[in-house]
Design a protein. Structure first.
Length: 173
């Protein structure tokens, strides 16, 4: 009985490891974060525009906070953090307003973006509140998929050069 449990566990771990290696080898991204749909995404050669999904390395100070709070797993980006998978919603020239009821881009409220006072462990979150014009070379990234996603409403814009790739869903529920 113990051998069969060990065999099943080893098989499952091998499959996860193999999937991760496959994804890295062929420009795929395996998303295990609940802030976007779980599944396999492929990297594509498309420009970064409003609405595109991107894999991005957060700036070191932001990534360090994400790692210390365990929002981000270990990875190859600054602070040894994994890249985030988010949707670009604010591009240069846009007006972004972060208010108690949510994030507005050019006056349009984004779904599921009301800033939370605390994370799922009860630790306080500080929203990046105010009204901002997106500067050249900056992007605002969000996850409308999960209301508790950690995104630009908490850390503000990211440099456009933080984007590793544009991605598209390949195998997601």
């Amino acid at each position: 009985m113990k051998r069969s449990i060990a065999f099943v566990l080893l098989t499952v771990l091998s499959m996860i490891f193999s999937s991760a290696l496959f994804a890295r080898s062929f420009d795929f991204r395996l998303n295990l974060s609940p802030s976007m749909p779980l599944g396999l995404y492929r990297e594509v050669s498309l420009p970064v525009t409003r609405g595109t999904l991107v894999a991005a390395c957060l700036p070191e100070q932001i990534a360090s906070l994400g790692r210390s709070r365990r929002y981000l797993r270990r990875g190859r980006c600054a602070a040894k953090a994994e890249p985030v998978l988010k949707q670009v919603r604010g591009i240069p020239g846009d007006v972004v307003t972060v208010a108690p009821e949510g994030v507005f881009i050019n006056g349009e409220l984004l779904a599921h973006t009301a800033p939370l006072a605390a994370d799922s462990h009860g630790r306080p979150l500080q929203a990046y509140t105010g009204k901002f014009r997106v500067a050249p070379g900056e992007l605002w990234i969000f996850s409308e998929h999960a209301p508790n996603g950690w995104d630009s409403r908490y850390f503000g814009p990211i440099p456009e050069q933080s984007v590793i790739s544009v991605v598209q869903p390949l195998l997601v529920p």
